[in-house]
Design a protein around this ligand. Structure first.
Ligand code: G4P
Length: 534
């Protein structure tokens, strides 16, 4: 049967109830707090405070390193599954620190929607804007949560205008705040004509909601102090006049975002947002792949790796590949084909992540995220199927913005260093380039902090002290084109050439001018800042 809205077959109920999403925000907007409340209402944790360790650990650099050492916390939070009403939510965590944005971009290829959290006092901040652009590239539906309404916040219309203007997306209010700062008492739920009142005394108490028979209901005047009621009614009238009404189809197409106002720390507005994700968030979507797209309702199982986490337990060199299921109904023990190597693999110990625990996944449906422990066979971008040679596309690898040379403290340990660096390259934690003529390795990252994290991980996980030193290069571009032309160019520019960990040729340079010159003088060669993960 065709679904009238999407003109696609209706999904099996188990798939249709899945909502796989990520939260995008600028650091400090409240992502961790909101995640915690999601887990609380999803029954995945019993008490507020269990996820906080992560938010706090991130605050200072030294604590951040501690967090990296304490892999358990950050890893279990990479993907979290929980039920809410009839829905199964799969929340995929995006690293909050901007230095890890590449990881974040890849994470966004594994979700069907994003929740954008903004701080009511700050509006759209730089990191939110960047992440939003990535969602836009994929037309991801976006639901917005304007947080910290318990504090002094900006004018509601200003916030909405800013989103509309900066992000070029229609905004429709799903709720409307009543009062500001100290005077904030709650929200009017526009979609359900309900008044939600916040309880400041008990942060973990879910708001009381009162059904209202339209805006003339006398209950409104009883519950909302007169000095707030007048402003609220005026604002709401204006909002209804000026702002578009919620159009679910437009939300699904990524052209419109509904906005909820609330206060994550006070557990306020969170359930309404969760209801919204269930109701207006998309079902698992068709996945782009070559030579054909993969539809979630296909009976054959398929999935792709969007993240690899190595050395979760430094005692065993295990790795977990995070796989987004693209189609079908997976059962534990199934044999899947690893398309890149054409080898079969029995997936006998897949894991599901439930807040701070991981447990064996007996089954998974399209939309779910499972972790597959492996010894390095699975790489970012790999596709698993029941035999068909399909390859999921669109998982980017970015040109690093910072390059440094990495040397082992003990020169005799160069081989060990190579092994460690290759492992991190496969994990996607850094780009590693082996120059064609000089010795050593050039490591590329997107943020300075990554060098420090890498140095500390190499020492911790491989017992290998390393030094990062400046290099003469500042940019790396993947080089492609007709084979003879590429070879001739590489031979004439040996001092600039290196291979990445997949053996692909990279042109290293110091100046944008060089890149422009190559593009001008060698039109048949292509220098790219991104490479699709193979
Ligand atoms: P992040 O993951 O997006 O970086 O943000 P996180 O949840 O860690 O929240 C950042 C800060 O904002 C925290 O305060 C948190 O308590 C606070 N916060 C989150 N939601 C709300 C809210 O609705 N209202 C108010 N007033 N504050 C909120 P902190 O002082 O940095 O940490 P903590 O001492 O509270 O742990």
């Amino acid at each position: 049967m065709l679904d009238t809205a999407t003109n696609r077959p209706a999904l099996p109920p188990e798939i249709a109830r899945r909502r796989t999403f990520a939260i995008i925000s600028h650091p400090d907007a409240g992502k961790t707090t909101l995640t915690e409340k999601f887990l609380l209402y999803g029954g995945a944790i019993q008490m507020a405070g269990q996820v906080r360790a992560k938010g706090e650990a991130r605050r200072t650099r030294s604590d951040f390193m501690q967090m990296e050492k304490d892999r358990g916390i950050s890893v279990s939070a990479s993907a979290m599954s929980f039920d809410f009403h009839e829905f199964r939510f799969n929340l995929v965590d995006t690293p909050g620190h901007s230095d890890f944005s590449e990881d974040t971009y890849r994470t966004l290829t594994a979700v069907d929607a994003a929740v954008m959290v903004i701080d009511g006092a700050k509006g759209v901040e730089s990191q939110t804007q960047k992440l939003f652009e990535v969602c836009r590239l994929r037309d991801l539906p976006i639901l917005t949560f304007c947080n910290k309404m318990d504090r002094e916040s900006r004018d509601t219309f200003d916030i909405i205008d800013e989103i509309q203007e900066n992000l070029a997306i229609d905004v429709t209010p799903a709720s409307w705040p009543i009062g500001k700062g100290q005077d904030f008492i709650g929200c009017y739920d526009i979609l359900r004509d309900r008044l939600e009142l916040m309880d400041r005394a008990d942060r973990n108490k879910v708001a009381e909601s009162v059904s209202i028979e339209g805006l003339d209901d006398p209950k409104l005047a009883e519950l909302v102090p007169a000095h707030l009621l007048e402003t609220f009614l005026e604002e709401l009238e204006m909002a209804k006049e000026l702002l578009p009404e919620l159009d679910p189809q437009s939300v699904l197409e990524g052209h419109m975002t509904p906005i909820w106002f609330g206060s994550a720390i006070n557990s306020f507005g969170v359930k309404e947002l969760m209801d919204g994700i269930g109701k207006y968030g998309p079902e698992p979507q068709v996945q782009r792949a070559e030579p054909r797209a993969i539809a979630p309702e296909e009976t054959k199982v398929s999935g792709f790796v969007f993240k690899v986490q190595a050395n979760m337990d430094p005692k065993h060199r295990d790795r977990v590949a995070f796989v987004r299921m693209a189609s079908g109904h997976f059962k534990r023990g199934m044999k899947l084909t690893h398309v890149r190597t054409k080898k079969q693999m029995a997936v006998s110990n897949p894991v599901l992540f439930l807040a701070s625990d991981r447990e064996l996944a007996e089954e998974a449906w399209a939309g779910d995220i499972i972790g597959i422990p492996n010894h390095g066979q699975l790489r970012i971008g790999d596709t698993l199927t029941e035999g068909e040679a399909l390859k999921v596309t669109g998982i980017p690898s970015f040109a690093p913005e910072l390059l440094q040379t990495c040397r082992a403290g003990d020169p005799m340990k160069a081989k060990h260093l190579e092994k460690a660096l290759m492992q991190f390259a496969e994990e996607g934690a850094a780009k590693v380039f082996k120059p064609v003529i000089s010795s050593g390795f050039i490591v590329g990252v997107v943020g300075q902090l990554q060098f420090e994290v890498l140095a500390s991980r190499i020492e911790l996980e491989y017992g290998l002290p390393v030094r990062f030193e400046p290099t003469q290069f500042t940019s790396a571009r993947w080089l492609t084109g007709p084979k003879d032309k590429v070879e001739a160019f590489a031979a004439a520019n040996k001092g600039h050439m290196a291979h990445d960990n997949d053996g692909d040729l990279v042109y290293l340079t110091r100046l944008q001018w060089d890149i422009d010159r190559v593009e001008r003088d060698f039109p048949e060669l292509k220098l790219s800042a991104t490479k699709e993960m193979m």
